[in-house]
Design a protein around this ligand. Structure first.
Ligand code: SAH
Ligand code: TRP
Length: 701
C-alpha cells in the first residue's frame, strides 16, 4: 500500500478504533430484545445495522482489497442493503447481538491485517489511493451510528440525550452573483461530491441561521398544516395521508425526545420535519428552500451559522455532478440519482465531524421525518420576476402592431402607451385638475382601507397594473396597522417604473416581502405568486380599458388564478356628465394628448418607425350608447409611415383615425353582474362623497 504512509496507517487504525468504540457504546445499554426488535417500518432493527457495519467493512477491505473469502457466508444475503427493504429486515434470520459483535471483531482483525500489509496497493489500486477504502468504511460506520440514533429516538428506547443547540443571531445575507466551486477533491470525498467543479449562480439571499421552533410554532398557529395553498400537490397528499399537524414528536408545548416529553425550546433549530413540511414552511414565509449549490456557496464563504445542528433540506433533487463517475460502485450514489430524493446538507448534532464536511451530500425521500433534519430559508435576491423578457416584449409588440395596423379601422392595444415616458405622463395625468379619478378613488380608500383590510383578512396584497402604487399605500398601511401585512406583489408591463416602485415599497414596508412581476395582465395572471391569503387590487378604472369582449375574459382568468375566499378590489369610474368625462381625457394643459401620442413614440423608439407626432391629434369622444370614452389618434394629413423593424409601410388618409384606447364607465349593477358572472361574490361597494367613482370588494367563490 505504497500510497498510505506508516504514519497514516496508525492514524487510520486509531480512527477505526474510535468509530467502533462509539458504535458499541451507543448500543451497550440496550437489551438483546431491544436490539433485535423492528421498532418501525422506517428503520432497520438495530442489530441489523450493527452486523451490516461489519458486512460492509468485510466486503470492501477483507474481500475486495485483501482478496479473502467472506467472514460470514450469509453476510451478503442478510446484510447487503439492497437485498431487503428496511421494514422486512426484522423478519430475517439475523445474527443475535452477541454474534453480531463477535462478527464485527473478527472482520476488524482482518481489516487491520490488510491495513498493515505493506505489499498491498503497489499496483496503484484507486481504492487504496490515500487509503480511500478505509475512509469509506469509517464514514459508513459513522453514518450508521447516526441512523441507529434515529431508531433509538424513534423508539424512545433510552435517553442518551442530545439535540440541536440554539444558534444565536438572525437575519439573512446577500450572496452576490458569481461562481462557486462545488464539491471536493479530498482523498476521502465520495463519488457524488466529485468532480470539484465551478458553477455560476445568480445572486440570492440566505438566512444566517436555521429555522427555529419558535418560527415553526407561528407556522402551526397560522394554520400552516391546514392551508392547502402552501403545499405542493405531492406534499399535500403526504400531509393528508399522514395527518401531520406539527413536526414529529411535538405535543402541547413539548417535544418527545428519546422517550421523554421535554419542554419545547423556542430557540432550538426545528428538527424532525420532512421536505414537504420544509417547503410549505418556506412558502408560508414568503421564501424558498436554498438549492444545494446556493447552500454550499454560502457555507464555503463562511456566511452560515449553525451548520451541524440539523441536516438542512434543500430544493435540489439528488443528481450527479457534470462529469460524475461512479466510484467505487454504482450502489453508493448513482442508483439513487433522480428526482425521487432531495439533498440535505450540513449535518446534524448526531453527525460525526468526519462526515459533516461542506461538500457532503446526504439524500433522502421527501417524506422522511425521523431524520434529524430542519431547514434554513433562502430568497431570490432580485425581487423582480420577468414574465415578459425583452424578447417576449418585442415579439408581442411586433405582433400587435402588425395585426393592429392591418385591420380596419386601424387600432393598437393600450398597454403600449406605457414605456418609462408613458408611465411618467400618466403620473402627470393623475395630478390634473380635470382628471378627478385618482383623487376620488383616493378619497374612498382613505375612508375604507381599514374596512377592506378587515373584510379581506389578507396577508398579501397583489396589485395589477400597479404603476407607482401611490394610492395602494393606504391599503398597505391599513394591512400593516392590522398586523396582517406579509407580502406585496405588484404587476406591471413597464419594467422601469416597476423596479423603482418595488425598491421604494421594500424600503417603506421593511417587514413585508416585496415582489415585482413584469408581465401582461391579459396573459400572466395564472403565474402570479400564490402564497398567502391575497387581496388582488385593480385600481384606477383600468378595467375600463379592456374592450367589452376582453373584460369578461379577464375577470374569468383572474378568478381562475385565485383561491376561494380570496378578495378582489376593483376601482371603476362611474357614468356621469359627459362634459366632465371628456374634460378628464382632454385636459387644458395637453398632458393627456401627449400621453396618447406617446404610443407612436414607443413605435418610433422600439421599432424604428417614422411617425411624425405633430401630424396626429388626440381625439377623445364620449360614446353615449356604449357608455365609454373612445380615444383615437387622427392623422391630420394623408401620409405614409415606415416601420423598418417589421418591414412594413402603412398609409393613413387625411382624417383617418387610429383606435388607441377605450375607457368604459360603469354603473354598480352592471359591474356587479359581470363580477358574479365570472365567479366573484360582491361583498361591499363604496363611492366617494360626490358619487363619481366606485370601489367594489368581492370574494372569489
Ligand atoms: N394602478 C395605477 C396605475 C394605472 S395606469 C393607478 O390606479 O393609478 C395603468 C397601469 O397599468 C400602468 O402602470 C401600465 O403600465 C399598466 N398596464 C397597462 N396595460 C397593462 C397590461 N396589459 N399588463 C400589465 N400592466 C399593464
Ligand atoms: N385607466 C386610465 C383611464 O381610463 C388610463 C388613462 C387615463 C388613459 N387617461 C388616458 C388612457 C388617456 C388613454 C388616454 O382613465
Amino acid at each position: 500500500m505504497s500510497s498510505v504512509s506508516t504514519d497514516s496507517r496508525a492514524a487510520v487504525a486509531a480512527q477505526l478504533a474510535e468509530a467502533r468504540a462509539a458504535t458499541f457504546a451507543l448500543l451497550e445499554p440496550l437489551s438483546d430484545d431491544e436490539l433485535a426488535r423492528q421498532w418501525s417500518p422506517l428503520q432497520s432493527p438495530l442489530v441489523w445495522d450493527l452486523a451490516h457495519i461489519g458486512h460492509f467493512e468485510d466486503a470492501w477491505i477483507g474481500q475486495r482489497v485483501g482478496g479473502l473469502s467472506p467472514v460470514l457466508e450469509e453476510g451478503e444475503e442478510l446484510y447487503d442493503a439492497f437485498r431487503h427493504a428496511r421494514d422486512g429486515r426484522g423478519g430475517l434470520p439475523l445474527l443475535d447481538p452477541a454474534a453480531a459483535r463477535d462478527y464485527l471483531c473478527r472482520v476488524r482483525n482482518r481489516s487491520l491485517a490488510v491495513l498493515g500489509d505493506e505489499s498491498l496497493g503497489a499496483e496503484g489500486d484507486p481504492l487504496l489511493e490515500d487509503g480511500f477504502v478505509f475512509g469509506l468504511v469509517l464514514q459508513h460506520e459513522r453514518q450508521h451510528v447516526e441512523t441507529m440514533l434515529q431508531t433509538i429516538a424513534l423508539a424512545g428506547l433510552l435517553h442518551p440525550g442530545g439535540g440541536p443547540r440554539p444558534v444565536p443571531g438572525s437575519g439573512d445575507v446577500l450572496v452576490q452573483a458569481g461562481p462557486v466551486r462545488l464539491g471536493a477533491d479530498d482523498a476521502w470525498a465520495y463519488d457524488n461530491e466529485r468532480p470539484l467543479h465551478e458553477r455560476e449562480l445568480a445572486a440570492f439571499r440566505i438566512d444566517a441561521t436555521p429555522v427555529t421552533n419558535r418560527d415553526w410554532v407561528s407556522f402551526v398557529g397560522d394554520g400552516g398544516y391546514r392551508r392547502r395553498e402552501l403545499w405542493s400537490d405531492e406534499g399535500w397528499a403526504w400531509r393528508e395521508a399522514d395527518g401531520a399537524e406539527a413536526p414529529l414528536g411535538w405535543g402541547d408545548g413539548t417535544v418527545r425526545r428519546f422517550g421523554r416529553d421535554e419542554p419545547l425550546d423556542p430557540d432550538e433549530p426545528v428538527q424532525h420535519v420532512c421536505f414537504h413540511e420544509a417547503e410549505a414552511f418556506a412558502r408560508w414565509s414568503g421564501a424558498r428552500l436554498p438549492t444545494e449549490e446556493e447552500w454550499e456557496k454560502a457555507a464555503k464563504a463562511g456566511l452560515l451559522r449553525g451548520i451541524g445542528e440539523v441536516w438542512e433540506w434543500t430544493a435540489s433533487p439528488f443528481v450527479g455532478y457534470p462529469g460524475f463517475r461512479a466510484f467505487p460502485y454504482p450502489e453508493y450514489s448513482e442508483v439513487f440519482f433522480g428526482d425521487e430524493y432531495r439533498v440535505l446538507r450540513g449535518g446534524s448534532w448526531a453527525t460525526h465531524p468526519s462526515v459533516a464536511r461542506l461538500s457532503f451530500r446526504n439524500w433522502d425521500f421527501p417524506i422522511r421525518r425521523q431524520i434529524f433534519a430542519g431547514l434554513r430559508l433562502a430568497r431570490d435576491a432580485d425581487p423582480i420576476a420577468s414574465l415578459l423578457g425583452p424578447g417576449d416584449r418585442r415579439a408581442a409588440l411586433e405582433a400587435d402592431v402588425r395585426e393592429g395596423l392591418a385591420s380596419s379601422p386601424k387600432r393598437l392595444p393600450p398597454k403600449w402607451h406605457y414605456d418609462e415616458e408613458g408611465s411618467r405622463l400618466f403620473g402627470a395625468i393623475t395630478q390634473l385638475p380635470e382628471y378627478y379619478l385618482t383623487r376620488r378613488e383616493r378619497e374612498i380608500l382613505e375612508a375604507h382601507a381599514a374596512d377592506i383590510a378587515a373584510a379581506s383578512g389578507a396577508d398579501t396584497l397583489v396589485e395589477l397594473g400597479a404603476g407607482t402604487s401611490e394610492k395602494t399605500r393606504l391599503l398597505l398601511d391599513a394591512l400593516r396597522a392590522a398586523g396582517q401585512l406579509r407580502r406585496i406583489v405588484v404587476l406591471d408591463v413597464d419594467e422601469v417604473t416597476l423596479r423603482e416602485s418595488v425598491a421604494r415599497l421594500a424600503a417603506e414596508y421593511p417587514a413585508a416581502e416585496v415582489k415585482g412581476v413584469v408581465g401582461d395582465l391579459e396573459r400572466h395572471l395564472a403565474e402570479l405568486p400564490r402564497e398567502g391569503r391575497r387581496l388582488v387590487c385593480f385600481l384606477g378604472s383600468s378595467i375600463g380599458n379592456f374592450d367589452v369582449e376582453h373584460r369578461p375574459r379577464f375577470l374569468r382568468a383572474l378568478r381562475a388564478a385565485m383561491a376561494p375566499g380570496e378578495s378582489f378590489l376593483l376601482g371603476v369610474d362611474l357614468v356621469k356628465d359627459p362634459g366632465r368625462l371628456v374634460a378628464a381625457y382632454d385636459d387644458a394643459a395637453g398632458v393627456t394628448a401627449r400621453f396618447s401620442l406617446n404610443l407612436l413614440s414607443v413605435l418610433n423608439d422600439e421599432l424604428g418607425a417614422d411617425f411624425d407626432l405633430s401630424t396626429f391629434e388626440h381625439v377623445p369622444r364620449w360614446d353615449a350608447g356604449r357608455e365609454l370614452m373612445d380615444i383615437r389618434l387622427r392623422s391630420r394629413e394623408p401620409q405614409h409611415v415606415r416601420i423598418p423593424a417589421l418591414d412594413l409601410e402603412v398609409d393613413f388618409a387625411e382624417g383617418e383615425e387610429l383606435h388607441t384606447e377605450i375607457s368604459a364607465k360603469f354603473r354598480r349593477e352592471r359591474i356587479e353582474a359581470e363580477l358574479r358572472e365570472a365567479g366573484f361574490e360582491p361583498r361591499a361597494w363604496w363611492t366617494d362623497e360626490a358619487g363619481d367613482f366606485g370601489l367594489s370588494l368581492s370574494a372569489a367563490v
